[in-house]
Design a protein around this ligand. Structure first.
Ligand code: DGT
Ligand code: CA
Ligand code: CA
Ligand code: ZN
Length: 590
């Protein structure tokens, strides 16, 4: 997955707006920076490319001064105005912004009124009951901040999958500049696409064994490690030896620990296997080796002194009598048994996906029009795209009234009439209300092709209530799938206390699909729940929940999550060609 610099640039503008807000600067400028951040974050094409072609200058929301900043960023990788703003506040203030529920406005008050510069001071002030008395705070907000800090500390150290991919890409692009190494690739939890990542592991293959050789062509492993530790983004070196380096790096998002190891080609497969993990999977594999009288480690598979395998991962599995196991399955969740019986599933892949089921537009809280979303989906090679804007009860997202939705349905039909190469599915993301009824009447829902029903309120309600709401929503014959079924937001909000076995059973019984929301801050359903759903014969509906054209690109995270749940192409609804999808959609309806 190639991560563009758009996200990085967008984050810088967002950060500048945050700092300006903390400094109490002009509201108009702050808003315009946020707008720029959103526009850039949602661009489907790399900013650098748009800049070169001159298109960027014509983009609405991008003025002269923004253009100059983008130019500077593309040229130098930094923006002077950003650096200057950062210099005006204590760096630890930004740490406060990471607390869920604390925005720049709160940080400003905490800093100006209580001289709070970081989380330890904030905790002290909470204990001393000082925060509660601040203007605009109060008991409720203070309690929310306390919970936010607890959450942050609990999740501390683990970062989101997309952020880890971005960090790995940064390091890999940098390491590639050093000649003489055949392969550089991520291992560890990142290669397995685990939902959050502790540290990023990178393996480098090759290098010359000794310096005299290296003079001829290429460098030694030691030189590679030294090159890594001297990278401009390295904040702190944790350790560096002949073949291994470990460092904390700065990214546009969080700081990330990265381990780099250099491995000779004859051992690369064994090292890749070992350092891809998981640990539980490796332990089982080693047991199998031991039972066969062999030895398995990161250098290879050995019988006595003789090396049976090592250069390629496939050989290791083959010599142990196992089919090759996709890294996405290496969690010791039954994959080793299936590999021995040659019954591993053929996992769903990105190339199997023919459409996206969950997308928002400017009709509610999206940043692109229906046409723009359609065009972007077509560019991704999709056959169809579900337009699923919010319903009336989600007021903060500008949810649509029944009248607005009815007009939008007509609009979608008109657009379909002139669109070539892609079909829009008229849909809605309909709120599941507190009593389990839906935000629209069945009569209106009947006019839609797909209905994503989601819980957006009272997520903290007790288990019976949240479960009842979801079960009841599935009873509705027009509900195609349940959107982000557990409601979690990674690093911000826990999942609802949902009885998932009951939800999955009911989904199977009612013929309702369950969404795998591909947004890396959701990944909901998550992998183990996908597996339960797949085993129960429930169809998974993959959706990016895109709020702009750029986020349609999040689909790989959804595919990886479904595949980690052992989903095959047949388990995923949006692998169906449109005619077959249409007949499936009819099956539940009266
Ligand atoms: P993370 O970093 O917490 O997201 O998860 P991983 O899986 O990337 O774990 P990490 O970075 O500690 O180690 C990378 C891989 O190295 C791990 O997946 C399996 C292997 N490994 C690490 N420690 C052990 C161990 O004690 N025994 C075995 N068999 N393998 C290990
Ligand atoms: Ca790791
Ligand atoms: Ca590691
Ligand atoms: Zn949505």
């Amino acid at each position: 997955m190639r991560v563009m610099s758009n996200a990085a640039l967008s984050a810088i503008f967002e950060r500048m707006a945050d700092v300006m807000e903390i400094l109490g600067e002009d509201r108009f400028r702050i808003n315009s920076y946020r707008k720029v951040a959103r526009v850039i974050g949602e661009m489907p094409t790399d900013v650098g490319v748009l800049l070169e072609s001159g298109q960027l200058a014509d983009t609405p929301g991008i003025g002269k001064s923004t253009l100059a900043k983008v130019e500077e960023f593309v040229r130098t990788g930094t923006i002077t105005a950003h650096q200057e703003l950062l210099a005006r506040i204590p760096p630890s203030l930004l740490e406060l912004l990471r607390i869920p529920g604390v925005g720049p406005k709160s940080v400003k008050t905490l800093y100006l009124d209580l001289r709070i510069r970081g989380i330890p001071e904030l905790k002290q002030a909470l204990d001393d009951s000082l925060v509660q008395t601040l203007p605009g705070f109060g008991e409720k907000k203070a309690a929310a901040i306390r919970r936010g800090i607890e959450f942050l500390e609990k999740a501390s150290g683990r970062i989101r999958l997309d952020q880890a991919f971005a960090a790995a890409q940064l390091v890999i692009d940098y390491l590639r500049q050093l000649a003489g190494f055949e392969r550089i690739q991520p291992a560890g939890s990142l290669r397995r696409c685990v939902e959050t990542i502790g540290d990023v592991d990178i393996l480098v293959c090759g290098g010359k064994a000794t310096p005299p050789d290296a003079a001829a062509d290429g460098q030694t492993p030691e030189q590679m490690i030294e090159f890594f530790t001297q990278a401009p983004f390295v904040e702190r070196v944790l350790g560096a030896g002949g073949t291994k380096g470990s460092a904390i790096i700065r990214t546009q998002g969080p700081v990330v620990q990265v381990d780099v190891r250099v491995v000779p080609p004859e051992s690369f497969g064994a090292a890749l296997q070992y350092f891809s993990g998981s640990k539980a999977h490796n332990v089982r594999l080693r047991e199998i080796a031991v039972k066969a009288g062999l030895k398995l480690n990161e250098y290879g598979l050995f019988e006595g002194q003789a090396m049976l395998a090592g250069a390629a991962e496939e050989e290791i599995y083959a010599k142990l009598g196992l089919d090759f196991i996709d890294p996405l399955l290496r969690e010791d969740r039954g994959e080793i048994e299936e590999a021995r019986k040659h019954t591993l599933p053929r996992l769903v892949r990105l190339a199997d996906i023919r459409g996206d089921f969950h997308a928002h537009t400017t009709a509610t809280d999206g940043s692109a029009t229906i046409e723009e979303m359609a065009q972007a989906a077509r560019e991704r090679g999709y056959d169809y795209l579900g337009i699923t804007d919010h319903s009336q009860s989600t007021v903060i997202a500008n949810g649509q009234s029944p009248q607005r939705l009815a007009r939008q349905i007509e609009q979608i039909h008109r657009i379909n009439g002139r669109l070539k190469g892609i079909t829009l599915l008229a849909g809605a993301e309909v709120d599941i209300l507190a009593d389990g009824t839906l935000d629209f009447e069945d009569e209106l829902l009947a006019d839609l092709d797909i209905v994503v029903a989601s819980v957006h309120s009272a997520l903290g309600a007790p288990r019976e209530r949240v479960t009842m709401r979801t079960l009841k929503a599935m009873d509705n014959p027009y509900v195609t799938c349940i959107g982000h079924p557990t409601g979690r937001v990674i690093g911000h909000r826990d999942a609802m206390d949902l009885d998932l076995p009951a939800v999955i059973e009911h989904a199977a019984r009612t013929g309702t699909a369950l969404e795998v929301n591909a947004d890396p801050s959701r990944l909901d359903l998550k992998d183990v729940h996908c597996k339960m759903a797949v085993e129960a014969g429930v169809k998974l509906a993959l959706g990016t929940d895109a709020h702009g054209t750029g986020s349609l690109a999040l689909m790989p995270f959804g595919v990886a999550t479904a595949a980690r749940g052992w989903a095959t192409k047949g388990d995923v609804l949006n692998t169906l060609p449109l005619p077959r999808l249409r007949s499936w959609l009819k099956t539940k309806r009266p």
